[in-house]
Design a protein around this ligand. Structure first.
Ligand SMILES: Nc1ncnc2c1ncn2[C@@H]1O[C@H](COP(=O)(O)OP(=O)(O)O)[C@@H](O)[C@H]1O
Ligand SMILES: [Mg+2]
Length: 280
């Protein structure tokens, strides 16, 4: 069996509380696995334990019990981090640095230097569509641009696993579209992505596997297609169907003892697609 990118086993994380004696259990017996190349979306409302799960996986928080592994290495060991890129929720950047200087700073922190770092920076600015903005200070960047420079920072040492905490939160529709396209692009390059979000439609679009977390507990997880399929329903789409033809189809279905005619209507475009079309 090939090595898993992520394996979280029975993770529990408790935080002490100021008033009550019993600690607050932010993550409660969460288990999940991510195979290489998958895009896993952890969804849940605010405060459900998404960021805490990610921080435990990154080894930034020690689990109360349970364990986390990245490519077979325990998260508490520093060598587990060499194959990981991380975009935190609300990342903090030095606003007086330019995009290019920011990436240089993070590259050097990772031990990169010289012409290979320079080439990697240009490659990442290109990938995140920040080529022209690379010489401008981050103080003038939009929220979407800041998230993209954050993504570029996470990719600096060509990680095999990318952990993204709410990558599109607070970004306008156009900026959010760019970030989702970028994630799909990374997926096509075989990079494993573990992201969390409370923006359900966006998760549905880019993730192949999802987990639903609520009050620290994993309620359901599995392949997205399976979880959202209505197995007993079938959709048939026709172009230029006449009312007569539709009436005949309806008659045929009504005559069948086992099936039921549920609906017949024009498909709708998503509000997002309509917005992007109009603002193009
Ligand atoms: N460092 C901390 N100290 C105390 N409580 C925390 C800490 N970090 C998170 N929590 C609590 O744990 C719960 C889960 O938080 P979090 O993982 O950030 O949720 P999410 O990312 O899903 O919004 C929340 O109730 C939050 O208040
Ligand atoms: Mg969070």
């Amino acid at each position: 069996m090939s090595e898993l990118a992520v394996e979280i086993k029975d993770l529990v994380k408790e935080f002490p509380t100021a008033i009550k004696r019993t600690p607050h259990r932010a993550v409660d017996q969460v288990s999940l696995t991510i195979a290489p190349g998958q895009v896993y979306g952890l969804i849940g409302p605010n405060g459900s334990g998404k960021s805490t799960t990610m921080k435990a996986l990154l080894g930034l928080l020690a689990p109360t019990s349970g364990s986390c592994e990245i490519f077979g290495k325990n998260s508490l060991k520093t060598d587990s981090r060499k194959d990981v890129g991380y975009l935190p929720e609300n990342p903090y950047f030095y606003k007086h640095l330019t995009g290019r200087e920011t990436l240089k700073f993070y590259g050097k922190l990772c031990g990169m230097k010289g012409s290979s770092l320079k080439a990697r920076i240009e490659e990442l600015l290109e990938l995140t569509s920040l080529g022209e903005a690379g010489g401008r200070r981050l103080a003038g960047y939009s929220k979407g641009m800041l998230q993209r420079i954050g993504l570029a920072q996470a990719l600096i040492q060509s990680p095999r696993l990318l952990i993204l905490d709410e990558p599109t939160a607070g970004v306008d529709p156009l900026g959010s579209r760019q970030i989702r396209d970028l994630i799909l692009n990374l997926k096509s390059q075989g990079i494993t992505v573990f992201l969390c979000s409370h923006l359900l439609e966006q998760v549905q679009e880019i993730c192949d596997t999802i987990g639903i977390i609520h009050q620290g507990k994993m309620l359901k997880q599995g392949p997205l297609d399976k979880l959202v399929a209505l197995e007993d329903q079938t959709e048939v789409m026709l172009q230029n169907a006449s009312p007569q033809l539709l009436a005949k189809i309806k008659q045929l279905v009504t005559a069948d003892p086992e099936s039921t005619f549920l609906s017949c209507s024009h498909p709708r475009t998503s509000l997002e697609r309509l917005f992007l079309e109009e603002t193009k």
